[in-house]
Design a protein. Structure first.
Length: 239
């Protein structure tokens, strides 16, 4: 049994509150970073990312500006992937997570040119040796009781306060000043975040709930692995 704990959006709260819990259990996690937001208010900066990487956690990409990718023109789609990959190069980023779980065939094909795997958000289930590495399913922690021997569950966390309200207001204002396609998609993703459509059921349980989930993973005897370790060992058939 394998479980990956993943964190989206690079929120500082993940570093300050969730990382100590991971350390208490000796678990390594995967952090999907939106690269244009590195060092912004409420977000992790370079020191935090370096600290995670040096301690064996995985750094993956969550695009450059967190757009709804299916709405992007080809050139912008490519930009979002290439820019974030370049920025995260020093951390050897190999895995990707679709913002808001939004993808189609065109998006998946583009992601394949830059990364080795990709995690979905709204597609719930477990992964096995036959799973598509670019359509990795995610799971809610209350599904863990059904996890079987060779299966792999990927949990998703954002942290309770995804983006500070004042920050969202500033972004909204800035986006409204521009009318390019890029800003329209950016705007819609901010609206989505403001409405909280990226807050999962597990997020809602807070840090206490997260501790419980870590204890469950340990008690189940499941292996806590990063997403790329899962791709190598569960999908790639490596031990
Ligand atoms: Zn996100």
């Amino acid at each position: 049994m394998n479980v990956s704990i993943t964190f989206d959006d690079g929120n500082m709260e993940q570093y300050e509150r969730y990382l100590p819990v991971l350390e208490m259990f000796g678990f390594k996690a995967t952090f999907y970073i939106t690269t244009s937001q590195i060092g912004m208010k409420g977000k992790m900066g370079w020191d935090e990312l370096r600290g995670l990487h040096d301690n064996g956690h995985e750094i993956g990409s969550h695009t450059h500006t967190h757009p709804h990718m299916t709405m992007l023109r080809p050139r912008l789609l490519e930009d979002e992937l290439a820019k974030s990959r370049k920025i995260l190069e020093k951390f050897g980023a190999r895995s990707f997570a679709y913002p808001a779980g939004d993808y189609d065939k065109r998006v998946v094909d583009a992601v394949k040119r830059h990364y080795e795997s990709a995690r979905t958000y709204t597609d719930k289930g477990f992964n096995t040796s036959g799973s598509d590495p670019f359509l990795l399913r995610s799971a809610d922690s209350d599904m863990l009781g059904r996890l079987r021997d060779r299966e792999w569950a990927i949990l998703v966390y954002h942290g309770p306060n995804t983006v500070p309200r004042a920050h969202l207001a500033a972004w909204l204002l800035r986006s409204k000043l521009h009318r390019s396609a890029r800003n329209r998609t950016f705007l819609s993703s901010i609206r989505g975040m403001a409405k909280g459509n990226e807050i999962s059921r597990d997020d809602a349980m807070g840090i206490r709930g997260f501790e419980e989930v870590c204890r469950t993973i340990k008690d189940m005897g499941a292996k806590a692995i990063t997403v790329s370790q899962g791709v190598d060992s569960v999908l790639g058939g490596k031990p």
